[in-house]
Every structure is written in structure tokens, then in C-alpha cells.
Design a protein around this ligand. Structure first.
Ligand code: URA
Length: 295
């Protein structure tokens, strides 16, 4: 019988599986046989500095260890590569955030901002995502919805709120006479975190200048923050969403003008807790009243 190893497609499927499961970084270049390591004697600990002998003593060559049950001893592990934020980059997250702010500030249009994001390598999420998820809807709309981060459907399609939460958001908008031609939709983080994990605070900090620039360029009259991460990132409140929801927070644009940011529940939360839709309905009525009032 001839053994045929995994083919190219199998390896790609395995990598996809890892990415889907939330593995977003390789810690070492060589694979480890953890089973062999379990059988190996515990590593010899470094003697604490205070207990080290002053002068080196020649103890002779170290005794040779027997190979483990027919295995060669595992090679010495190489030190783990330092975690970088951006496959290219050596940049630390704080540096990436400063770089993001400087680059975002000079974009003069949403198209330029989107192009900048397509080239930006300072956030590691872009290397595991399939697509940039920049925006959907009408950038000239009076209202802009901001979610947290794309999920699998959005990553595949390249537009925000395409899956079940998006369908619910569409129905909520329709209830107050809005649709994607009269609303603009984006996320705090424009790349899907692998395995749908929450974006880390560092990833949010790196992406925040981009969404702030996106808001400034779209220039809506009212922002709607969907869920706690969006509300906390854009308004600065530390309150949980059940406390914050229904409130209009001041949101200052770079030119000094103030618009209002309404906090409300995220549609994904409403799918899990349908009984809370009554609260979201109150918020959407308040949104409609605000839009009618500021017309
Ligand atoms: N949830 C979000 O926060 N954004 C999306 O685009 C989809 C789901």
C-alpha cells in the first residue's frame, strides 16, 4: 500500500479549519510532537541567579539521555517568534495605532480611506480575513449605523451586516422607514476576527482612527452605535449596553461640530434575547423622532 500524504487542498482546508477555529498566529516555525514531550523528563530549570555558583565548575560532559521509546529526542524548541500586529510589520500595536491615525487623517474621501485600508498592514486581522468589510448603504445618508466587527457572511461577501443579524437590522430599519439606500453601515473593525472572537483592545485601538475618519467623511446627522463595543469605543462611556442604550451621547467631529450618537442593542444580541427587542424598538422610535425632529 502506498501512503499518500495530504495534498495541497487538504492543507488549505486544514489551514481554513484553524483560522475558523480562531487560530490566528503560528507560535513556532517547526511542529511539535506534544505526545513525545509528555514522555520526556521535565526540563532542567535555570538556577536562579542568586543561587548560581560564582565560578564555573567543570562537571564534565552532560550524561547522554536515552532516546525516548524509539523516538529521537525532540529538537530544542526555537524561541517563539514575538507576536506582531500585522503580518508584515514589526510594529507594536501602539505604533500601528499612531500610524493608522496619521494615515487616516490625510484621506480626503471615503474611496481614499477604503483604498488606504486595503493596503494597511498594521492590523493582524487583515491577514486572516478573506475580505475587507468597509461599508454598505448610502454614504450620503443622514444616519450611520456602526457595528462591532464582521462575521463569516460579511467576510465572505465583503459587506457589513449580511448574515442573520443583518437581516434583523434590515427589518428594524424598515420599521422606521429606513433601508440601505437611506442609511450608511460600517463596523468598528473592518476585518473579521478569526473564529468570530471579539476584537482585542489593541485591534480596536488600531482600527478606531479609521472608523472615526469614516464617520467624519460620511458626516451623518446621527450615529447609531450597535452594541457595547461600538458604544464604548465611539462615546467613551464605560457603561454596559443595558444602561447606555436609549441614550444620545454627544459625538464630536474633527471640525468641532457635535452630532448625536444613539446607543442601542446589537441585533446579534436580540437574536439571542428576543424579549429585549421591545427595548430596541423604543430606541428605534427615538431614532425616528430624532430624524423627524432634525429634518
Ligand atoms: N455584526 C457586526 O457587528 N457587524 C457585522 O457586520 C455583522 C455582524
Amino acid at each position: 500500500m502506498t501512503f499518500t500524504g495530504p495534498g495541497h487542498d487538504d492543507l488549505i482546508a486544514l489551514l481554513d479549519f484553524h483560522v475558523e477555529s480562531g487560530v490566528d498566529i503560528a507560535l513556532d516555525e517547526a511542529p511539535h510532537d506534544r505526545f513525545a514531550e509528555v514522555d520526556a523528563p521535565p526540563p532542567i530549570r535555570e538556577t536562579p541567579i542568586a543561587l548560581r555558583r560564582e565560578a564555573p565548575v567543570d562537571d564534565g560532559p552532560a550524561p547522554r539521555r536515552e532516546p525516548l521509546r524509539g523516538h529521537e529526542p525532540p529538537p530544542e524548541p526555537k524561541p517563539a517568534a514575538p507576536r506582531t500586529f500585522g503580518g508584515s510589520a514589526s510594529a507594536k500595536p501602539e505604533e500601528a495605532a499612531v500610524d493608522a491615525r496619521a494615515k487616516a487623517a490625510v484621506t480626503g474621501s471615503l474611496e481614499e480611506l477604503e483604498a488606504l485600508l486595503r493596503d494597511f498592514e498594521g492590523c493582524g486581522l487583515r491577514f486572516t480575513a478573506k475580505n475587507l468589510v468597509f461599508a454598505d448603504g448610502n454614504p450620503a445618508a443622514r444616519v450611520m449605523f456602526v457595528g462591532e466587527a464582521p462575521g463569516a457572511d460579511e467576510d465572505r461577501i465583503g459587506k457589513p451586516f449580511m448574515g442573520r443579524s443583518g437581516q434583523l437590522l434590515d427589518r428594524m430599519m424598515a420599521a422606521i422607514g429606513l433601508d440601505r439606500s437611506s442609511a450608511y453601515i460600517a463596523n468598528i473593525v473592518p476585518w473579521r476576527p478569526p473564529g468570530n472572537r471579539n476584537p482585542t483592545p489593541q485591534e480596536v485601538a488600531i482600527c478606531r482612527p479609521f472608523v472615526e475618519r469614516q464617520i467624519a467623511l460620511a458626516d451623518p446627522e446621527i450615529l447609531v452605535c450597535l452594541g457595547a463595543p461600538s458604544t464604548q469605543t465611539l462615546t467613551g462611556t464605560k457603561d454596559g449596553i443595558l444602561k447606555a442604550r436609549g441614550r444620545f451621547y454627544p459625538y464630536r467631529l474633527p471640525d468641532g461640530r457635535e452630532i448625536r450618537a444613539l446607543a442601542t442593542l446589537h441585533p446579534a444580541y436580540l437574536l439571542r434575547q428576543p424579549v429585549q427587542k421591545r427595548l430596541a424598538w423604543r430606541d428605534f422610535r427615538a431614532l425616528k423622532a430624532a430624524l423627524d425632529g432634525v429634518k
